[in-house]
Structure formats: C-alpha cells, structure tokens
Design a protein around this ligand. Sequence first.
Ligand SMILES: [Zn+2]
Length: 94
Amino acid sequence: MSDADRNRALLRGECRYCKIVHFYLATDMKEICGDVQVDDVKLRCEKCGQADIPVTCHHPSAAEYQTLMLRRLERIEFKRKIIWRDEPAWKRQG
Ligand SMILES: [Zn+2]
C-alpha cells in the first residue's frame, strides 16, 4: 500500500454486478486496512453488498486524472454493538 502511495497510484475497485467503478487513494485505504498488499484488500460493494471485490493498482494518465472522481474516506464510525448473554436466575441471589 505504501508503494502504491509513493507511486501516486490509485486503487481501482469494480463491482462486476453493478458495473460501478470507484477509485481510491492508497492513503485512505491504509487508514482502513493498514499497510497491507494491494492484492489483500477486498471491498464490499456499497450498492449490492457484494463482498470480496478485488482492488487493483491504477496509473491514470495526466489527462485521465483531470476527469477522475475519487472516492475519499469521509469518516470511520464505530457503532455501538450490544451483546447479550443468558444467565441462570439463581445466580442473581446471594
Ligand atoms: Zn455491486
């Protein structure tokens, strides 16, 4: 991921079901996945929920770069997760 970042490469993810292509910055992806190999990154399609969308490095030409829309990381939300357990009632006594 650091290599991609240094080479100013973008990361390209495409859902083959929705035919949606997004381009990401390696620096954003590093926030989420850590500094792993690009091959190890798998995305989930935000539209159809398809998991395991592969990511490839993409080197846009200067002309293409002018027209590209990047998918930037807005924020990471940590949702409250509630976990229940069953406990015998007698444990509450004494
Ligand atoms: Zn999709």
